[in-house]
Design a binder for this molecule. Structure first.
Ligand code: MN
Length: 270
C-alpha cells in the first residue's frame, strides 16, 4: 500500500522554562493544551528545566496545583509519549517520587541523546553560565547531594519560605548583572560540543530564544524560549526534531519560527 506522509514523523519535542505556578493559570493551561495536542503526536518529550517556578521537595506533590501538573504529564505518558526530565535551577529538588507519580524519566543535567541519526546534547543551561561566579558557587551548593538531603529535612513550609526569599534576592541581584554574565559562556559551549561530538545542543534558562550556528555550519545551538501567557502577546514555544533529522522551532501559537522578535531579559524570572 502506498503511504503518503506530508510531514516527517515527530521524534521529539524540547521545552523548558515554563515557570509554572498557581499564579500563572493561562501559562499552565497552555502547557496542558500543548501536552494534549503537540506532545501526543511525538514519540518523546524532553522537559529541560524550570518547568516549575519553584519546587520545595517531592513531599509537596499533593498540593492541588502540583497534582494538576503531575496528572497532565501522567496523561501524556499514558497516551504513549516517553517523557524525560532535566531539572533546572528552580526545580532542582524534583526527585524520584515526582518521576514515579508522572511516569517520566529523570535525566542528569547535560545529557547526550542519539535520535534521528543526530547526536544531540541537552541541558538546562545554567551550568554553562560560567561568567557568573557567584551563581556558579550557589549552584554547586544547591546541587550537592548532602546539601539537598539536609535542606529536605527542614519542614516544607520553612523550605517554601526560604525559596521565596532566595527568589526575591536573585531578582534584585540580577538587575546588577550584565548581559554577558546572564548568558552562557561560549567557551563552555565549545567544550561540550568538542567532548561529546554532538552536532546539536538544546538548552533553556537564559530566556534568549535563538539558533546559534557555528561558522562552519556544522554545529547548531538552540536556545528555548520561556513561557508567559498571562499577558499579551503570549510568549513561549518549543523545538521539534523530525525523523529525517531536521529541527524546527515553534512559537506558542504553533507557528514555525524563523526569527524571534526583540530579545528580552525579563527581570527576575530566570
Ligand atoms: Mn533556569
Amino acid at each position: 500500500m502506498l503511504t503518503i506522509s506530508a510531514q516527517p514523523q515527530t521524534v521529539a519535542l524540547f521545552v523548558s522554562d515554563l515557570h509554572l505556578s498557581p499564579s500563572c493559570p493561562k501559562t499552565t493551561q497552555a502547557f496542558f493544551e500543548f501536552l494534549r495536542t503537540r506532545a501526543a503526536q511525538a514519540q518523546r518529550l524532553y522537559l529541560l528545566g524550570d518547568i516549575f517556578e519553584a519546587w520545595a521537595g517531592d513531599d509537596d506533590l499533593s498540593a492541588p496545583f502540583n497534582q494538576s501538573v503531575v496528572q497532565a504529564i501522567r496523561a501524556a505518558v499514558e497516551s504513549g509519549v516517553q517523557v524525560f526530565w532535566i531539572s533546572g535551577n528552580r526545580d532542582v529538588l524534583v526527585g524520584q517520587a515526582f518521576a514515579q507519580a508522572t511516569g517520566c524519566t529523570l535525566l542528569p543535567d547535560l545529557c547526550v541523546v542519539d535520535l534521528a541519526n543526530k547526536r544531540i546534547v541537552i541541558a538546562h543551561g545554567d551550568a554553562q553560565c560560567t561568567h557568573d561566579h557567584a551563581y556558579m558557587a550557589f549552584r554547586a551548593k544547591t546541587h550537592h547531594p548532602i546539601w539537598q538531603k539536609l535542606f529536605l529535612t527542614l519542614p516544607l513550609s520553612l523550605r517554601q519560605w526560604i525559596i521565596g526569599k532566595l527568589r526575591k534576592n536573585s531578582a534584585r541581584t540580577k538587575q546588577t548583572k550584565s548581559q554577558m554574565m546572564m548568558d552562557v559562556n561560549q567557551a563552555a559551549i565549545d567544550a561540550i560540543f568538542d567532548s561529546t561530538g554532538a552536532s546539536v545542543m538544546i538548552h533553556g534558562h537564559t530566556h534568549q530564544p535563538q539558533r546559534h550556528d557555528s561558522a562552519d555550519g556544522k554545529r547548531s545551538r538552540y536556545v528555548l524560549p520561556d513561557w508567559d501567557c498571562e499577558t499579551k502577546p503570549e510568549r513561549g514555544g518549543w523545538v521539534t526534531l523530525y525523523a529525517d533529522g531536521s529541527l524546527r522551532r515553534f512559537d506558542i501559537q504553533g507557528r514555525i519560527v524563523t526569527t524571534y522578535p526583540q530579545q528580552h531579559f525579563p527581570a527576575g524570572t530566570r
